[in-house]
Design a protein around this ligand. Structure first.
Ligand SMILES: *[C@@H]1O[C@H](CO)[C@@H](O)[C@H](O)[C@H]1NC(C)=O
Ligand SMILES: *[C@@H]1O[C@H](CO)[C@@H](O)[C@H](O)[C@H]1NC(C)=O
Ligand SMILES: *[C@@H]1O[C@H](CO)[C@@H](O)[C@H](O)[C@H]1NC(C)=O
Ligand SMILES: *[C@@H]1O[C@H](CO)[C@@H](O)[C@H](O)[C@H]1NC(C)=O
Ligand SMILES: *[C@@H]1O[C@H](CO)[C@@H](O)[C@H](O)[C@H]1NC(C)=O
Length: 341
């Protein structure tokens, strides 16, 4: 007990009666990451019909996350429940690996660890969510650049992946943005497999100024006709790109197309048309996919859609690490905004 080691597939234990989580819990990083990667599956059958050559990563995921050996039918992982599984999520030591301090409950003194003893049991018959296999993952992305693009959820997913891989393989930070305390552009290397993992902070994916640069400003200005410079310039180096954004779109924002104001969200005092956040979100994701597709290199693009926030309560609330059990059925509903995203 208490040892952190990469686990192999564990056989299921008896489901607990009540824990039916519709909302993935942010602290189960490995599960969140797996679910993000599983979005790849949505596109695999069509690509197969069109004889597209898959990346090794896509082949690995397609063969791992289907209904049993030899099957090609994919699983719906969104319906299921958390079941007790001793040690299942004890895959890395959170004090040692490189998660941002302000989001690291363990390093900030959380004493209990029972919340790591759960795994997700998909409801569909024949479907398991196998434990993350660092060697298989690195083998599947050998020589490649895996990039996470988006908001702090993208960064958290990148950190999670680095922690999962770093528990079994040596790695080092090869780049970080120079300002202390910021984690906008970081890159890690796994030399055994010549793999790099990087994060590009671009909370709107598109080019944005205002509050996202400077918290004393009241709102954001987002140019939907242009992608954020840094990730867009590097798009041609990305073999695997995870696009993960959403939380910023419903904040007060002016959306532009060139010099034309398309509309605003939550800024009636500026007297422009209110356009909400969904159509800008859709446009930013579509433009990102177009960019990655035209960059010619990315062979796997994952749209992670929307993830739960880092914190259930306020940022830095002392009780923010207090949850010990998965949500019970009906304990928490997905609100309307989140459901739309
Ligand atoms: C995690 O790492 C820290 C720092 O190296 C160490 O003190 C602690 O004992 C480790 N925890 C476990 C459960 O291995
Ligand atoms: C590592 O990967 C890069 C990018 O794919 C490639 O250019 C380089 O030759 C690889 N290096 C080794 C030692 O395999
Ligand atoms: C942030 O915005 C405030 C208000 O406009 C301004 O006074 C301050 O200089 C800005 N800070 C930076 C780092 O640009
Ligand atoms: C921006 O304007 C151009 C030129 O009129 C148009 O083709 C494009 O669809 C517009 N983009 C958005 C996001 O509205
Ligand atoms: C918005 O319209 C109101 C009412 O006509 C006007 O008083 C206000 O100055 C306008 N605000 C802007 C930013 O144009």
């Amino acid at each position: 007990m208490g040892a952190y080691q990469p686990l192999h597939h564990q056989h299921s234990q008896k489901p607990s009666s009540t824990h039916h989580g519709r909302v993935a819990l942010a602290w189960l990083f490995s599960a969140v990451l797996c679910l993000a990667l599983l979005h790849l599956l949505c596109c695999s059958s069509r690509a197969a019909r069109e004889n597209v050559v898959f990346s090794p990563l896509l082949q690995y995921i397609t063969s791992t996350y289907t209904k049993g050996r030899g099957s090609t039918s994919s699983c719906d992982y969104s319906e299921g429940q958390w079941v007790r599984a001793a040690g299942h999520a004890r895959r890395y030591n959170g004090t040692e690996c490189n998660v941002k301090d302000s989001e690291n409950c363990v390093r900030n003194g959380r004493p209990d660890t029972d919340y790591l003893d759960w795994r997700w049991q998909p409801a569909a018959p024949g479907c398991q969510l196998p434990g993350f296999d660092a060697a298989a993952f690195l083998g599947a992305v050998r020589g490649e650049h895996v990039a996470f693009v988006g908001d702090s959820m993208a960064r958290n997913q990148a950190e999670s992946l680095v922690c999962l891989l770093g528990a079994s393989f040596p790695y080092h930070l090869v780049y970080r943005d120079p300002q202390p305390g910021t984690r906008k552009f970081w890159r890690w290397a796994f030399p055994t497999h010549n793999v790099t993992v990087s994060v590009y902070w671009a909370p709107f994916l598109a080019r944005a100024t205002g509050r996202c640069d400077n918290y004393s400003l009241p709102y954001n200005s987002v140019h939907l006709d242009a992608l954020a410079d840094r990730w867009s310039a590097d798009a041609g180096t990305m073999d695997v790109a995870v696009v993960s954004a959403g939380h910023w779109f419903w904040k007060p924002t002016v959306y532009y197309n060139g010099s034309d104001v398309l509309g605003t969200h939550l800024l009636p005092e500026l007297n422009h048309t209110g356009i909400g956040f969904l159509s800008p979100y859709r446009e930013a994701i579509r433009a990102s996919i177009r960019r990655l597709a035209s960059a010619g290199r990315a062979r796997a693009v994952v749209v992670a859609t929307f993830s739960p926030a880092h914190f259930e309560k306020a940022w830095d609330d002392p009780t923010t690490c207090a949850r010990k059990l998965p949500y019970t059925e009906g304990e928490r509903e997905v609100d309307a905004t989140h459901a739309q995203l």
